[in-house]
Design a binder for this molecule. Structure first.
Ligand code: GRF
Length: 204
């Protein structure tokens, strides 16, 4: 059975989309661990209520050593690490060990509105301020840069004239909850092939 760990920092709605997909058998995998870099976040409650093992490595306590703790829980134990609203930076060592085995969800169409400091409502405000007609979300592999890894899936979402960052975030989040489980499903099935920056889906 394909095994994953999900890393979180907040409410865990993206985590919930994976839990739901596993429960409905859309995704055939086992969530071995949910790891948070903050105590008391709702994502931990979501995991505990399903009997999933949880770990808290408080970024205020562990700082840059957080990746070492994550490795202790994941190395040799899971096939994939999913960053689902996780805000700490992972070490180069961890990223090398899990090369092409870490994915992240970002709430814009990368390479727009991404990179350092671009998270949460700031992403959506930047899209609105720029005047783009479409935004969306992206699932990508994690490399040493911020939001620079090869793109696995993207979904376009229209930006409406009366959108606020909050309304756009809500509409994008609905699509995140579809493409994140879909990416995990494709990876678990072995349907994802990587060639440099290009990702091919479906046995190419
Ligand atoms: C989403 O905007 C996602 O793109 C970002 O974190 C938010 C989801 O947080 N990386 P959560 O899953 O509700 O905690």
């Amino acid at each position: 059975m394909y095994k994953i760990a999900v890393l979180v920092s907040g409410s865990g709605s993206d985590l919930q989309s994976i839990i739901d997909a596993v429960e409905s058998s859309y995704v055939n995998c086992s969530i071995k661990a949910v790891i948070s870099d903050k105590p008391d976040v709702y994502a931990l409650e979501r995991a505990k209520s399903k009997g999933i093992e949880t770990y808290v490595f408080d970024r205020k306590v562990y700082g840059k050593n957080i990746s070492e703790e994550i490795l202790k829980v994941t190395e040799g134990k899971v096939d994939l690490i999913v960053l689902a609203g996780f805000l700490s930076i992972l070490s180069e060592k961890l990223i090398k060990i899990f090369s092409n085995k870490i994915i992240n969800i970002h709430p814009s169409l990368i390479p727009s509105f991404c990179g350092n400091g671009m998270y949460g409502l700031k992403v959506h405000q930047a899209a609105i301020d720029y005047g783009v007609k479409f935004s969306g979300c992206t699932v990508h592999f994690v490399d040493e840069g911020t939001d620079t890894g090869a793109i696995i899936l993207q979904q376009v979402v229209p930006v409406l004239e009366n959108d606020t960052a909050e309304t756009l975030q809500k509409r994008v989040l609905e699509e995140e909850h579809k493409i994140l489980p879909k990416a995990v499903k494709l990876l678990a099935e072995g349907s994802v092939k990587i060639d440099g920056r290009k990702v091919y889906i479906g046995g190419v």
